[in-house]
Design a binder for this molecule. Structure first.
Ligand SMILES: [Zn+2]
Length: 135
């Protein structure tokens, strides 16, 4: 499962700090079918792509494992959206102020069916309960 944690770090800062980033440390399992009051164990990292107005690269995602329910929990920084490479900021800019995007980013997005991708992503932001709850 994926949890989103709030951070003011930019994607560049987050990438630079890497494994030393102050990731949230859960004190209980967030799986609604478990919720055991035992801290899940650290369970390595995975890499994912992130595309922002000034950044395009790979970042580390902290994972935990609950040995009671067997679920793996990934902690995404708040500039990420689950399953999307684009940051929240770039999607909102792309929907409301596409002229703010750099030509390179605009070209990149246009290769990915710009309007469909941005609107679909924006609706996912609005409906992502986890996004609003994870503050
Ligand atoms: Zn659990």
């Amino acid at each position: 499962m994926q949890q989103i944690f709030y951070t003011t770090a930019t994607p560049e800062e987050y990438q630079r700090i890497g494994k030393n980033f102050p990731f949230p440390v859960p004190d209980s399992c967030p799986n609604p079918e478990c919720l055991i009051k035992v801290p899940p164990q650290k369970h390595s990292f995975y890499e994912r792509n992130i595309i922002d107005t000034n950044f395009c690269g790979r970042i580390l995602i902290r994972r935990y494992y609950c040995k009671h329910c067997g679920k793996t929990i990934s902690y995404l920084p708040s500039f990420c959206l689950p399953y999307f490479q684009y940051t929240v900021e770039i999607i909102i800019d792309g929907v409301f102020t596409p002229d703010k995007l750099s030509p390179a980013t605009f070209y990149l997005l246009s290769q990915k069916r710009l309007v469909y991708t941005l609107l679909n992503s924006f609706y996912q932001i609005l409906s992502a309960e986890a996004f609003f709850m994870a503050k």
